[in-house]
Design a protein around this ligand. Sequence first.
Ligand code: GLU
Length: 300
Amino acid sequence: MIAPIYKGISVNSPAYIGRFAPSPSGPLHFGSLIAALGSYLRAKQQQGKWLVRIEDIDPPREVAGASSDILATLDAYGLHWDDTELYQSQRLAVYQHHIDQLLAQDLAYYCQCTRKQIQQMGGVYNSQCGQLSTTLVKGAIRIRNTAQIASFNDLVMGDLRVIHSFAAEDFIIKRSDGLYAYQLAVVLDDAFQKITEVVRGCDLLETSCRQISMNNILDLISPQWLHLPLACTEPGFKLSKQNYANAIDIKRPQASINAALGFLGQQTVDIDDVDVMLKQAGEQFNIAHIPQVSEILIEQ
Ligand code: GLU
């Protein structure tokens, strides 16, 4: 029997496809290892695929050599990905094509408001350029947010609701400097790679609503969401490449993997071979043990 197709995907529950989507703004550190390992183990436990996407659409924030460094570290850690890695920098024409379509359908518009003006609006954009009688033809491009999704279910955090004004905002999909915004690229690429579940850090929890709104507007299926706690050095300060988190040691993967497993509430594994170690960690992986908090303090 041929399974019915809904929006291009078979209704007979599609096979699990997860992903890790680092931005190449520095080497992998303990915070990004948690996202890489969590998404990898979840995909393995679901007998699914695990893809890697390099989110290199922000050249000013990119560090030379970081992409290859990240990939080499994943490999050394036994985090081998399926298929060839995808580079967002090779997808710019696709992003522009969708921007052109959204503009043509009046689902997006140009905006020239400054940061200062938006602050004066209370920090959330009030859609004023979208209501002009004469259309602007340069500046940033905003989505006309007709979906305004404000709630969603997360497999770890449960049912979540974001502030309505944030959910309703016409957010930027192409910046005034010509760079494509994360919200547009992430949604188009998750759909392109047929991602069924997004596993990532809690710093991106709220943006899931925007991504569901984008999916609705573009008539795409939204993936399931699973957000992992963030490693923070002090409350509100996540480990990040921007605040110079130490790179993880490429020569001692077992110690960092076990530290990340412990952080995620999982049993550690005392095996030397990383591939065997990850196989066992995947079999033991239990999302019910992931701490239901958005941050955990660690010492760096
Ligand atoms: N590229 C983003 C980052 O490195 C992650 C995006 C995502 O997982 O959706 O923070």
